[in-house]
Write a protein of this length. Structure first.
Length: 191
């Protein structure tokens, strides 16, 4: 083995040793895991409420170059097609009932001309897993209930339903609105 190869392996070994020592002196941060605030419902399932405040919990979507059919409606990324179909996506911080930020939620809505829009939520709670929710909205555009379509981690193997409840505040002079979106989930172990 040549001198250059020995120097290379010695540097790799020194890097590993220094990394282990640095991790001991500067440990990785401990993320706070808030206790799940779940209610037991009479049928044996459980109910949990997730909330998002808008506009403060809305995460601004990134837009590459402003080219193409992507438009910005407030803080909503929207994609439109010539045949009248459209899709939109929003990302929010998710809060528990105590107001602690516990993860992220993505809401996507797709519309085909002449049909009621389909909406889907993906809730990512890093300490617990991912929860997938889906619904077909009523024709009047008001949020409706939907079903729990899947999950990972703590949410794996659960089935149930959810309601999307919107509480709006006063409209500001500039036309902007504020309020809260609450997702009330009722789940139990899938049969």
């Amino acid at each position: 083995m040549g001198g250059l190869a020995r120097l290379f392996y010695l540097c790799i070994l020194a890097g590993v040793v220094l990394t282990v020592l640095a991790a001991g002196v500067y440990p990785l941060p401990q993320h706070t895991r808030y206790r799940s605030m779940v209610s037991v419902v009479p049928d044996g399932g459980r109910e949990e409420v997730f909330s998002m405040h808008w506009p403060q919990d809305r995460v601004q979507p990134l837009q590459a170059g402003r080219a193409g059919p992507i438009q910005q409606a407030g803080d909503l990324a929207q994609l439109s097609a010539a045949d009248g179909a459209s899709a939109s996506a929003e990302i929010f911080r998710v809060r528990d009932v105590a107001g602690n930020v516990i993860g992220l939620a993505s809401r996507s809505v797709t519309t085909v001309a002449g049909a009621a829009p389909d909406a889907g939520w993906v809730l990512l709670i890093p300490s617990r897993g991912t929860l997938f929710l889906g619904q077909q909205q009523r024709g009047d555009g008001a949020p409706a209930g939907g079903s729990v379509t899947g999950g990972t981690g703590e949410f794996a193997g659960l089935a149930g339903s959810y309601d999307e409840v919107r509480q709006t505040g006063k409209t500001a002079a500039d036309g902007s609105s504020s309020g809260q979106i609450r997702l009330i989930t009722r789940v139990q172990a899938a049969p």
